[in-house]
Design a protein around this ligand. Structure first.
Ligand SMILES: NC(=O)C1=CN([C@@H]2O[C@H](COP(=O)(O)OP(=O)(O)OC[C@H]3O[C@@H](n4cnc5c(N)ncnc54)[C@H](OP(=O)(O)O)[C@@H]3O)[C@@H](O)[C@H]2O)C=CC1
Ligand SMILES: Nc1nc(=O)c2c([nH]1)NC[C@@H]1CN(c3ccc(C(=O)N[C@@H](CCC(=O)O)C(=O)O)cc3)C=[N+]21
Length: 295
């Protein structure tokens, strides 16, 4: 049996998320064209509350990618002092609008708004983030539902890198609702043995060192070092951290890429790894949502 996570014929050390995301976008674009021949154009509504600069960049990227693949996107920008009831009213309008197949509310929301109440108000069939409890429950039961974009993007990279994932030990660092928990659920669905670690875990380095697949979603710049990695492991770095460098600010992951590079069989860079995949999977989910709404 091949005990390495990476099959020798698939060995390419730097996992190119930008390239794989282009493949996904090309597939989505082709499927959207076919739908358009039936007179249907998928639509995505992106809701941004407040003026957080990073969120504005992400939302702009989502709108650009949507246009590239032929998805109609509608951006709703609301002031930072928007109250919960106005946001809920907007979501209800979008739920009822047949031109809108997908609804994404950019997180985090201002502290005065109850995030959970807002996410639960989205029609589960339009929930392209996969954050509604009905979709979370469906994922945990292994039903086919709209699945969170970042973990779905990580799975696509892993399948392309490792081929068969069955039987591998996957360690996920971080247990957030948007990344860590759904990531663990998808790896379990793919027949991995899954360990989910977090800020209270004891001996986290030892647990990580046993991983065939290590997924880092922590939000701590370059926390994961070479001696946390089993030789030949596949490393997926979800972290996006802006740090101060000599040349201004730069983006780094939760993994110390240069330190880990020689130890790993394959590793995603930041930027150019998981980030572009997240946006591509959002387009894929919008297409899936449009199809589901056709009946
Ligand atoms: N590339 C992409 O598309 C995306 C990237 N991100 C990035 O991924 C990272 C994680 O995001 P998100 O999941 O939302 O973050 P959260 O802050 O919601 O969760 C972080 C998790 O990491 C755990 N953690 C924190 N410190 C440690 C530590 N020292 N050791 C072990 N575990 C620790 C926390 O544990 P506990 O629960 O115990 O507090 C928590 O479960 C961020 O850098 C974010 O910017 C996020 C979404 C998409
Ligand atoms: N409802 C909701 N859904 C989300 O999916 C969601 C969210 N809220 N809030 C914020 C996080 C973060 N996130 C990213 C998406 C793309 C990149 C991305 O494209 N990153 C580029 C770099 C971009 C840059 O240069 O800043 C890359 O890694 O190559 C990063 C992060 C989605 N999130």
């Amino acid at each position: 049996m091949n005990t390495q996570a990476v099959q020798p014929d698939r060995l390419a050390k730097r996992i190119d998320g930008k390239q794989v995301s282009s493949q996904v976008l090309a597939e989505v674009s082709e499927a959207v064209q076919q739908l358009q021949q039936q007179g249907i154009q998928p639509g995505l509504a992106v809701v941004l509350v407040g003026e957080d600069p990073a969120s504005q960049v992400y939302v702009r990227n989502k709108v650009l990618r949507a246009a590239e693949v032929g998805i109609r996107s509608i951006e709703h920008r609301l002031p930072a002092d928007t109250d919960e009831s106005s946001l809920l009213a907007l979501i209800e309008t979008l739920n009822q609008d047949p031109q809108v197949n997908g609804i994404l509310v950019q997180l985090p929301l201002p502290a005065a708004i109850d995030e959970n109440r807002v996410l639960e108000a989205i029609d589960p069939l339009k929930d392209v983030d996969g954050f509604h409890s009905q979709n979370v429950g469906g994922l945990s039961q292994g039903r086919e539902v709209l699945t969170p974009c970042t973990p779905a993007g990580c799975m696509r990279l892993l399948r392309q890198t490792c081929g068969e994932l069955s039987g591998l030990h996957a360690v996920v660092v971080g247990r957030s609702n948007i990344v860590g928990k759904p990531m663990a659920a998808l790896l379990l669905q793919a027949d991995c043995s899954v360990t989910l670690v977090h800020s209270r875990s004891r001996d986290i380095e030892r647990l990580c060192r046993d991983a065939d697949i290590l997924v880092a979603a922590v939000g701590r710049p370059q926390m994961i070092k070479r001696d946390w990695i089993k030789p030949g492991a596949v490393v997926i770095d979800v972290g996006i951290n802006r740090i101060q460098a000599d040349t201004g600010t730069r983006l780094v992951g939760d993994v110390d890429y240069d330190d880990v590079y020689d130890q790993a069989a394959a590793i995603t860079p930041v930027p150019g790894g998981v980030g572009p995949m997240t946006i591509a999977m959002l387009m894929q989910n919008t297409l899936t949502a449009a199809r589901m709404q056709l009946g």
